[in-house]
Design a protein around this ligand. Structure first.
Ligand code: URA
Length: 249
């Protein structure tokens, strides 16, 4: 039954013939594969660190305080053009955390991450590994306010928003994080990265296993890379299952 549902989802993703992995993801990742978007190449996150006092204050907020603080935030220019800040959505006890780039027009309007076209693909990707938005899954973004014209968030915007992402992760205490696209990976790793170089290898966010993959919007533009995203999801699921195993004596 579950297999039938997954086959349906994989067909929808255009992945049906590739659902069985023949090679481990690390071996399958070609050097220099296409990145999230040409604009993403500019998104280095190593700008000046966010004000330490502000970060320390955010680091002790509970969920309600965090939601209020994000809603009122004026720490970067994105507050001028947003309709509303978008904190995240899902289960506060989630084991899985997916991190995207930033809200788009529909997210800005509805106040929830990934509700547009890319969100529909993300939901299909979650279903492909038997996950569902809101059920053991939390979805957040590197920046909580929509960048104008959906441009890639600037390094200083990612830095200004990082204390919020850090606090979310601390409160959630997920067992696995999946970074969707380069800005998300850069926000989590606090350094410049290339998706092609990181995917297929396990990264670490403060002791939490971190898997890096492509952003759903990139996959909509580049369907030929959906097979790689499927490999990454399988890698994430295998990592998650492994983290449940008791350590060998
Ligand atoms: N893209 C993202 O990175 N996040 C969203 O919430 C929507 C689109």
């Amino acid at each position: 039954m579950m297999t039938q549902r997954r086959d349906g989802v994989l067909r929808e993703l255009g992945l049906a013939p590739l659902w069985k992995l023949r090679v481990p993801p690390a071996a399958a990742a070609p050097a220099g594969a296409a990145e999230l978007s040409p604009a993403a190449a500019t998104a280095a996150t190593d700008a000046a660190p966010a004000d330490a006092g502000r970060a320390a204050a955010i680091a002790v907020l509970d969920w309600d305080e965090l939601r209020r603080s994000v809603a009122e935030c004026r720490a970067c220019e994105l507050c001028r053009t947003r309709r509303q800040a978008v904190l995240g959505v899902g289960d506060a006890q989630a084991d899985w955390l997916f991190v995207g780039e930033g809200p788009g027009a529909e997210e800005d309007e509805k106040g929830e991450p990934f509700v547009g076209q890319a969100g529909r693909l993300l939901d299909a990707m979650l279903a492909a590994i038997d996950l569902q938005r809101g059920k053991g899954v939390y979805i957040a973004n590197a920046v909580k306010c929509r960048p104008p014209d959906n441009r890639t968030p600037l390094p200083e915007e990612i830095s200004a928003c990082r204390p919020y992402l850090e606090r979310q992760i601390e409160l959630l205490a997920p067992r696995l994080i999946v970074a969707l696209g380069r800005p998300a990976a850069q926000a989590l790793l606090a350094r410049e990265v290339k998706i092609a170089a990181l995917r297929g290898s396990l990264q670490d966010y403060r002791g939490v296993p971190l898997v890096v993959s492509y952003h759903p919007a990139y996959l909509l533009r580049t369907p030929s890379d959906k097979a790689k995203a499927w490999e990454d999801l399988c890698f994430a699921r295998a990592t998650f299952r492994q983290s449940d195993q008791p350590a060998a004596p």
